[in-house]
Design a binder for this molecule. Structure first.
Ligand SMILES: C[S@@+](CC[C@H](N)C(=O)[O-])C[C@H]1O[C@@H](n2cnc3c(N)ncnc32)[C@H](O)[C@@H]1O
Length: 303
């Protein structure tokens, strides 16, 4: 009887929390982007994105002490390349990929089925709001999937609650855009033509976690300890296999704000911006796409 009452009370709390989230429409813009144009773009470009991000993701993965039977959560797993890689490393354990993007998770699921992996599953959840899993996991990992929450404090408290005592967290995120010319140089060029608004500091987006102290604060307030930041600087290949022309055109297509602004503009404006991008990118075109310097934080912590 007492247990039933506790279960009922717990269900009411979860129900109220979800209802509040729906009414407040948390992360609505991100959901629209990642289940819309942004997600569709990543599905089509998955191989190129993996070539660019794999070396950085591997640095974060190396921080985890994975055993063959570890249970791992992959946060904001997208099209699932990292989730699949982890599944092969924990053959007697399991890995669960979590994401808000329906098309990206569909791609992830079909890839896992094609490879015959049975220790892997994917769930459409909002990591900030939803209950993530019903059991506790040994490790939590993310490759650039933790910077898009409207309230990262709420999200990381939620993540913390799904980790076992003694469990580990590791993720990779971008440092300041000025240290990442794949972003800052291109935006500088585009801004000569379009009045692109600069996003407010710390707002959801690729650079929300650029400040080390801010990220440390989020992790500490969520309950994590032994927080460590590795300052990782290495060259990355963007638009692998693409010519200078194709890479510049693709760059214009991937930025949702720019795409929206260019929607109704004359074709010659797009052509002019592409020409300027080609000029700016030319010193980075080394045969296989664009080779850019990059700066990321490899963040690790434990519970
Ligand atoms: C930059 S992509 C990285 C995808 C993947 N980790 C990779 O490296 O290829 C960011 C991912 O975070 C996911 N995401 C954003 N907000 C989220 C949220 N609130 N809950 C779960 N996933 C989220 C997006 O849908 C997207 O797949």
């Amino acid at each position: 009887m007492f247990r039933d009452l506790l279960t009922l009370e717990f269900s009411i709390i979860i129900y109220k929390k979800n209802l509040r989230a729906i009414m407040e429409d948390k992360n609505a813009k991100q959901k629209e982007f990642w289940s819309g144009k942004g997600g569709d773009y990543w599905v089509v470009k998955q191989n190129e994105m993996d070539v660019m991000l794999n070396p950085l993701g591997e640095k974060a993965l190396a921080k985890l002490d994975l055993r063959i039977d570890s249970k791992v959560l992959d946060i904001g797993c997208g099209c699932g390349a990292t989730t699949i890689d982890i599944a092969t490393k924990v053959p007697e354990g399991k890995v669960t990929g979590l994401d808000i993007s329906v098309p990206m998770l569909e791609q992830a699921k079909s890839e896992a089925i094609e490879r015959g992996l049975t220790n892997i599953d994917f769930k459409v959840v909002d990591v900030q709001i939803d209950q993530l899993v019903t059991e506790k996991y040994d490790c939590v990992y993310s490759r650039f999937g933790v910077m898009f929450f409207e309230d990262p404090f709420e999200a990381f408290k939620n993540i913390f609650s799904s980790v076992k005592e003694g469990g580990e967290l590791s993720f990779v995120c971008w440092q300041d855009p000025t240290l990442n010319p794949w972003q800052s140089l291109s935006i500088k060029v585009i801004k000569e033509y379009l009045d692109i608004p600069s996003p407010p500091e710390r707002s959801p987006g690729p650079f929300a976690f650029q400040e080390q102290d801010y990220v440390k604060d989020i992790l500490t307030q969520s309950g994590f300890s032994e927080i460590n930041f590795d300052n990782n600087q290495e060259d990355i290949t963007m638009f692998s296999g693409k010519s200078l022309q194709q890479a510049s055109e693709d760059y214009l297509a991937i930025n949702p704000v720019v795409t929206e602004m260019l929607k109704d503009s004359p074709d010659n404006l797009k052509a002019e911006i592409v020409e300027s991008l080609k000029e700016a990118f030319s010193e980075f075109h080394k045969g296989d796409g664009l080779l850019f310097p990059s700066a990321t934080w490899i963040v690790s912590a434990s519970k």
